[in-house]
Write a protein that binds this ligand. Structure first.
Ligand code: GRG
Length: 306
């Protein structure tokens, strides 16, 4: 697989840098119109969750897709910010003792460790609702039908039949005696991780007023990229939990997570990850060279080391 270009890396960094002040502003202490007050401890927990790094891949996908189709300016970035807020909520809740029980996230204590469990639950809840606030706010765009389409798209991607539903299937898989079949793992992952990534791409199309055919090609790209991203994550997890002799450590082996690494084996999972990244790349063929940074995003999703 070719190495990533400076242009892609610079664009990813630029989007992350430009996003930061917007996220800072959304997570300020002052209440918005219609809010009564913002409890400082809750704001601090939300800021801890959001303003501590992260690749910002989802906002990048929204901004770059919109840019490819001719929509520049702050609005796509605001949509990316909403998706990042929602992504951060999912990480905060995923780290809780009732779920993955993790102590560290992005190299820092998880929110329930830095604050407490109840505050972490509320910080996640408030990030989730703030995400929808950003999309429904007329400050985003005067076009109410665009705002409604974004709200609906995010709800479908993040809720019962998307990310939350996928997380439920994942939790259930951990207590099953029989491992999941390959098709079940793929569906679970398409829900848990893929749906939000695919929505990040689609949202760029919505902001740019993309037509049905463009949306269809972008959907193929987003779905394949999301699947490659999740397999890459599972491969990184497996590599991190395998000792020098290739033996799995107890914690990882005990967790019984549903992954394609388990179903296919490490080598075949790597091949599938790369195949999916190339499927995403191929879906962008009609867009020509203008889509190069999005092509590289698909390859990045596969070869990233964190
Ligand atoms: C708790 C409702 C709820 C959902 C949790 C997305 C998710 C579902 C859990 C996250 C657990 C996880 C590590 C999933 C693997 C893929 C993934 C989402 C990785 C983290 O996303 P990155 O790599 O993280 O984009 P950064 O820190 O760069 O934003």
């Amino acid at each position: 697989m070719a190495s990533l270009s400076a242009t892609f890396t610079e664009r990813l960094e630029t989007v992350a840098r430009t996003l930061e002040p917007l996220l800072q502003a959304l997570l300020g202490d002052a209440p918005l119109a219609g809010e009564i007050a913002r409890p400082p401890r809750l704001v601090a927990a939300m800021r801890h969750a959001v303003l501590a790094g992260g690749k910002r891949l989802r906002p990048f996908l929204t901004v770059e897709t919109a840019r490819l189709l001719g929509a520049d300016g702050e609005a796509p970035l605001r949509v990316g910010a909403a998706i990042e807020l929602l992504h951060c909520y999912s990480l905060v809740h995923d780290d809780l003792p009732a779920m993955d029980d993790d102590d560290l996230r992005r190299g820092r204590p998880t929110v329930h460790r830095a604050f407490d469990e109840a505050t972490a639950i509320l910080a996640g809840d408030a990030l989730l609702t703030l995400a929808f606030d950003v999309l429904a706010d007329p400050a985003l765009t005067e076009d109410a039908s665009v705002r409604a389409e974004l709200v609906l798209g995010l709800a479908r991607a993040a809720g019962l039949g998307g990310m939350v539903g996928g997380q439920m299937l994942d939790l259930e898989a951990e207590s099953r005696t029989q491992p999941l079949a390959e098709a079940e793992v793929r569906r679970l992952q398409a829900m848990k991780t893929g749906a939000l990534i695919a929505f990040a791409v689609d949202a760029g199309g919505i902001m740019a007023g993309a037509g049905a055919e463009e949306r269809r090609m972008l959907a193929t790209y987003g779905r394949a990229l999301g699947a490659a991203f999740q397999i890459a994550d599972d491969i990184l997890d497996r590599e991190a939990s395998t000792d020098a002799l290739g033996k799995r450590t107890a914690k990882d082996a005990d967790r019984g997570k549903a992954t394609l690494v388990d179903v296919l084996g490490l080598e075949a999972a790597r091949a599938e990850r790369d195949r999916l990244a190339e499927e995403a790349v191929a879906a962008l063929a009609p867009f020509g060279a203008a889509a190069d940074t999005l092509r590289e995003a698909a390859r990045f999703a596969a070869v990233r080391r964190k």
